[in-house]
Ligand binder design. Structure first.
Ligand code: ACM
Ligand code: ZN
Length: 620
């Protein structure tokens, strides 16, 4: 496993007589980075000038990041440059080379300029400049001269946070917006409602949060083994965002070039909604065995709204109007996924609507429901987004699709082929709720693994699409479903660094992507930046994956060890001791040993430093 060091542009810069090594560790990797000779001396005397129209929003961000990153208290002025040298300028220009959100960053010995055609571009250029400043520098710092030209690949570069399964505080969301925007993620999709909690204040229907935001406590019991709540139990677990909270989140995100997308997931995933307003369910009289409490985890049967009652549509119209007025985004997500239609089959209201509208089955009833949502959403002058199940039956022309399923459904091909703008949210490549290392070594999660390299190497545009169809792929998004992430530190552990990998997938031209470079950029630079910003993250990319087979014929264990990284070395022991470079055996390929032996393996860098948690497994 030889490391191809040429991939990293390494230059030596000389500053105050000291030579420093400088590596290109940008994430996401820009379109073009051209290193030049010399460097800019950044210090407390450096002045900053920001185009007048952008000053109010950008100044606080530039000033506070320069202070928190580098301990600098910079003089940040509005308007044109009024200095000959030693300044950073942010300028709005007309330049065909710069697309919306793109920028040109020039670092010269006398000045730094960031040019863009819009606010988003200046913001993104500043994030690149932050990464160009050596991590950990305090006070006076040399930045090597360079010219960076950069434009986004996709307009939609998203992260989904499921705040229903476990409520996350406003402050925590603000922190995440700050981190993801540093990596040019521009869309934060809030999954605000689901079976286990309704998280948004709706003034017209206060019971949605009074009852729907709270559930019975089941802490310490595995998610899938939880018994449903009873009516009598106290409901102590939950929380919600007031409309004022959401306004604050939206405003905080806006100046960081992040749009907040609200999702109200209907007709299914609606147990919390039904708990708050049971008349939205199919039956007027609650049948024996049907539970109307907010789900606590585990399965949530009877979670679909009635698609036959007019009251359902009137209620949802009220909710959608209120939510649409709150969120400035042109998009509104109505969910539409995983609807169990068994109650619809028995419900007189649903059956009557099917008969009256010549709907041949419940799939067409789902289409009918979704098309009515579409009408309500478009009346609010919004574009409706739905999970790819909304394509079933007769589809819903005019909507935007989140293609999450793979395999036989092929929405990643079907949706763009049928003319739908499509956002790729593949569960196989982008569901970061899945664990990210050997399952037995990771915190509890779904029983499937999504390593960092798989997120990184995902190509969101299927090769089957024509060029015209491919243009309908408007973006890529990772999704963090919240069943297994009750704590903030666990939530962040799942988000990072896989969100950084997705940021590069979503932003960078595939021609400049390279897994080895990305992996090195994390190890050399970004893990330290995340640590500095008190962000919890996973180093599971370094964990050694073990596999073995027992050959009973010869009484032997055959062992295979794997790492998703490039350029490091696996050392292992079979004597129960922790491996070191000196004491362990270097892994050179599969080997045989005695069954029941305790294997310990770790990943080491050239300096002999252990990078990973030690993998420990008995070969039986
Ligand atoms: C989904 O994972 N049900 C969108
Ligand atoms: Zn019904």
């Amino acid at each position: 496993m030889k490391k191809t060091v040429f991939i990293i542009v390494t230059v030596l810069i000389s500053f105050c007589g000291q030579a420093q090594e400088y590596k290109n560790t940008f994430i996401p990797q820009p379109e073009s980075v051209v290193m030049q000779s010399g460097g800019f001396k950044l210090g407390n005397t450096t002045q900053v000038f920001i185009s007048k129209s952008m000053y109010a929003d950008l100044k606080p961000i530039v000033a506070s990041k320069m202070s928190s990153d580098n301990g600098l208290q910079l003089d940040v002025k509005s308007g044109r440059v009024s200095s000959k040298s030693n300044y950073i300028s942010f300028e709005i220009v007309k330049d065909k080379k710069i697309q919306s959100e793109g920028y040109i960053l020039e670092v010269k010995p006398s000045q730094i300029t960031i040019k863009a055609t819009d606010y988003a571009g200046l913001f993104n250029g500043f994030q690149t400049l932050r990464q160009a400043i050596p991590m950990g520098s305090k006070g006076e710092t040399a930045i090597p001269s360079m010219i960076i030209t950069d434009n986004p690949r996709f307009h939609w570069r998203g992260v989904l946070a499921d705040v229903s399964r476990h409520f996350q505080t406003k402050e925590f969301l603000l922190k995440q917006i700050d981190v993801i925007s540093s990596y040019k993620i521009n869309t934060f999709h809030l999954h605000l409602t689901d079976d286990q909690g309704w998280r948004i204040e709706i003034k017209k229907y206060p019971n949605l949060t009074k009852k729907g935001a709270w559930r019975a406590g089941r802490t310490g019991i595995a998610w899938w083994s939880r018994e449903a709540a009873t009516a009598e139990e106290p409901k102590t677990v939950g929380g919600f965002y007031t409309q004022e909270d959401l306004k604050e989140i939206i405003a905080y995100a806006k100046v960081r070039n992040v749009e907040i997308i609200p999702e109200i997931d209907v007709p299914a995933h609606s147990k919390a909604l039904i708990a708050a307003y049971p008349y939205l369910f199919c039956y007027d009289k609650v049948p024996e065995g049907v539970n109307f409490e907010v789900a606590v985890g585990g399965k949530a049967p009877d979670n679909a709204l009635c698609a036959g009652k007019e009251t359902t549509y009137a209620f949802l119209e009220d909710v959608i109007k209120e939510v649409a007025a709150l969120f400035p985004s042109k998009y509104f997500h109505i969910g539409g996924d995983e609807c169990n239609k068994s109650n619809w089959k028995k419900c007189p209201h649903c059956q009557k609507v099917m008969k009256d509208n010549n709907l041949k089955d419940e799939e067409e009833l789902q289409s009918y429901f979704i098309q009515r949502m579409h009408k309500i959403v478009t009346a609010q002058k919004k574009v409706m987004i739905g999970w790819d199940e909304v394509l079933s039956g007769n589809g819903v022309k005019g909507a935007t699709i989140m293609a999450w399923r793979r395999g036989i459904h092929t929405p990643e091909i079907k949706a763009p082929r049928e003319g739908y703008p499509t956002i790729m949210t593949s569960y196989l490549h982008s569901y970061i709720s899945r664990v990210q290392g050997p399952m037995f070594m990771e915190p509890e999660g779904p029983l499937s693994v999504l390593p960092l390299s798989v997120v990184y190497n995902h190509e969101p545009v299927p090769s089957e699409l024509t060029a015209a169809e491919a243009k309908r792929v408007i973006g890529n998004q990772v999704s963090l479903w919240g069943e297994f992430t009750p704590t903030e530190s666990h939530f962040e552990y799942m988000l990072y660094p896989r969100t950084l990998a997705s940021a590069e997938v979503s932003w960078s031209n595939p021609k400049v992507k390279n897994w080895e470079r990305f992996q090195d950029a994390l190890e050399f630079d970004h893990f330290a930046r995340l640590e500095r910003d008190k962000v919890n993250f996973s180093k599971s990319m370094f964990t050694v994956y073990p596999a073995f087979a027992i050959d009973q014929l010869n009484n032997e264990a055959i062992v295979f060890l794997k790492t998703e990284t490039v350029g490091y070395t696996i050392y292992y022991t079979l004597n129960g001791e922790d491996p070191t470079m000196a004491e362990g055996t270097k892994y050179m390929g599969d080997f045989k040993t005695t069954p029941k032996t305790l294997l310990k393996a770790g990943l080491f860098n050239e300096k002999g430093e252990l990078l990973s948690t030690i993998t420990e497994i008995r070969l039986k």
